[in-house]
Write a protein that binds this ligand. Structure first.
Ligand code: FEO
Length: 384
C-alpha cells in the first residue's frame, strides 16, 4: 500500500492470533506494520512478528523490485516489531541497522549479535538524510519501552509513531478506531501518561500530515481527533461524562444491584456501561473506567477481602495510574461485608480520587432499603 509516493507499507496482518502479548483478546487479529522509504538510499522502518518474517521479506522484495534496502531503522525492540532483525541482516548483508544505544543493547540480548560493523547509533533529535527525505529521530522512552523512538520525515510530513496511535485489529478490520485504540492504549501504555505527554509536546512542534503507527491503520485525515484523544488519555482526563459500573457477583445479588443502578442512571439521561468482571473482557472494562468520569465498583466480600476478579481489576486500574475520577462502592456480604473498605484502601495511593458519600451495603440479598440507597447513589452520580 502506498502511503506517499515514496513511502510504502510492507507490513502484515495476523488473522490467527487470539491473545496479543499473551493477554489481550484480539477478535479482529493484529497488524504488524512496517514501511519502506524509497529514496537515493532506502530505509525499512522496523520488522514484524516472528511468524511473518518470510512474508515480510517477500513484501520488501516485491516493493523494491530489484533494489536493496540500505538501512533498517529499529524504533522499538518489542518482538512484535523486532523479531526479524536477524533474518533481515542475513538477507541484506550490506544494509546498516539504525537505532539508539538502548535498542542495540537489546538487539544483543535477543539475537546474540552486536552488529558492530554495520550499526548506526543515533541520538534524540538527530537528523538522518536518505536523499530528499530528511528523517529526525524523536526519542519516546516508555512509549512503550525505554528504547522506543519515533521518526519524523520532514519531506512528506510523516510521523512514524512506533506503538503510539496503534490499535488492536488488522488494518482491514471493519471496526471503530477509537474503541480498540483506547483499549490498546490504556492496556499497554496507560501507566506512562507523563511520557506520552512529553512526546505529544515534541509532536506539537512538527507539521504532521500522516501518522504511520506500528499497529492499525495509517492515519491521514482529521489528525486533531487522534492527537486530542491521546492528549486526553495521557493526561488521565475523562473522555466523556458517564459511569462505568464494574461488578462481580456470586449468586446474582450484587449483579442485581449493579444492573438496577445502571438502569437508574440511564433513566436520568446519563451514559453508563456495565461490566461483569468474571466474564467480560478485562481490558475493555479497564478502558471503560478510564473513558468515563465516574466508576462504580460492586463486589462481594471474599475471604474478608475482595473477590479475585475484582482485586485483579482494581490492580489493573491503579497500576495504570488511574486518577482524577469519582468512585463509588456497592459491597455485599452475608455476615461481615467489608469489600468497600478494601476497595477504598486500594485507591489510597491514587491521585485525585473523589469517593461518593453514598456507599451501598447489601447483606446477602437486595433489600427495599438498598433500593433506596441505590436511588440516592444514582442521584449523587448524576448530579455531580
Ligand atoms: Fe507493538 Fe510495544 O510493541
Amino acid at each position: 500500500m502506498e502511503i506517499t509516493k515514496d513511502i510504502i507499507s510492507v507490513g502484515v496482518n495476523d488473522y490467527d492470533i487470539d491473545l496479543f502479548e499473551g493477554q489481550y483478546a484480539v477478535k479482529n487479529g493484529m497488524a504488524y506494520n512496517s514501511y519502506v522509504i524509497i529514496d537515493e538510499k532506502i530505509a525499512v522502518m522496523d520488522t514484524v512478528d516472528k511468524n511473518f518474517g518470510e512474508k515480510w521479506l517477500s513484501n520488501i522484495e516485491k516493493t523494491l523490485a530489484g533494489k536493496k534496502p540500505d538501512y533498517l531503522v529499529v524504533q522499538h525492540m518489542e518482538p512484535d516489531h523486532s523479531a526479524n532483525i536477524k533474518i533481515f541482516a542475513e538477507a541484506y548483508p550490506d544494509a546498516k541497522i539504525v537505532s539508539n544505544e538502548k535498542a542495540f543493547k537489546m538487539i544483543e540480548l535477543y539475537f546474540g549479535e552486536s552488529y558492530e560493523d554495520r550499526r548506526v547509533v543515533v541520538s534524540d533529535g538527530e537528523s538522518f538524510c536518505l536523499g530528499k527525505h530528511h528523517l529526525t529521530f524523536v526519542f519516546a522512552p516508555m512509549v512503550h519501552w525505554p528504547e522506543v523512538m519515533m521518526t519524523y520525515d520532514s519531506t512528506d510530513k510523516v510521523l512514524f509513531s512506533a506503538d503510539g496511535f496503534g490499535k488492536f485489529g488488522t488494518t482491514d478490520a471493519d471496526e471503530d478506531w477509537t474503541d480498540e485504540a483506547r483499549r490498546y492504549y490504556i492496556g499497554i501504555v496507560g501507566k506512562y501518561g507523563a511520557q506520552v505527554q512529553a512526546v505529544l509536546k515534541k509532536a506539537a512542534a512538527l507539521e504532521i500530515k500522516t501518522i504511520c503507527p506500528l499497529h492499525g491503520p495509517v492515519l491521514s485525515e482529521n489528525l486533531g481527533h487522534y492527537l486530542g484523544l491521546y492528549y486526553t488519555w495521557s493526561a488521565y482526563k475523562a473522555e466523556t461524562e458517564g459511569v462505568a459500573i464494574a461488578y462481580n457477583s456470586v449468586y446474582g445479588n450484587s449483579k442485581k444491584a449493579a444492573v438496577m443502578l445502571c438502569d437508574m442512571i440511564k433513566a436520568k439521561g446519563k451514559d453508563a456501561e456495565l461490566y461483569d468482571l468474571a466474564r467480560d473482557d478485562k481490558a475493555q472494562a479497564i478502558a471503560a473506567a478510564f473513558k468515563f468520569s465516574k466508576l462504580v465498583l460492586a463486589g462481594t466480600t471474599y475471604n474478608n477481602g475482595l473477590f479475585p476478579c475484582m482485586k485483579e481489576f482494581v490492580d489493573g486500574l491503579t497500576e495504570r495510574n488511574y486518577q482524577s475520577r469519582t468512585v463509588a462502592f456497592i459491597e455485599n456480604g452475608s455476615w461481615a461485608p467489608t469489600a468497600a473498605k478494601h476497595l477504598k484502601a486500594a485507591f489510597e495511593k491514587s491521585k485525585n480520587i473523589t469517593f461518593c458519600e453514598n456507599t451501598v451495603t447489601i447483606k446477602a440479598s437486595l433489600s427495599k432499603e438498598n433500593e433506596e440507597q441505590l436511588k440516592k447513589l444514582a442521584d449523587e452520580l448524576c448530579n455531580q
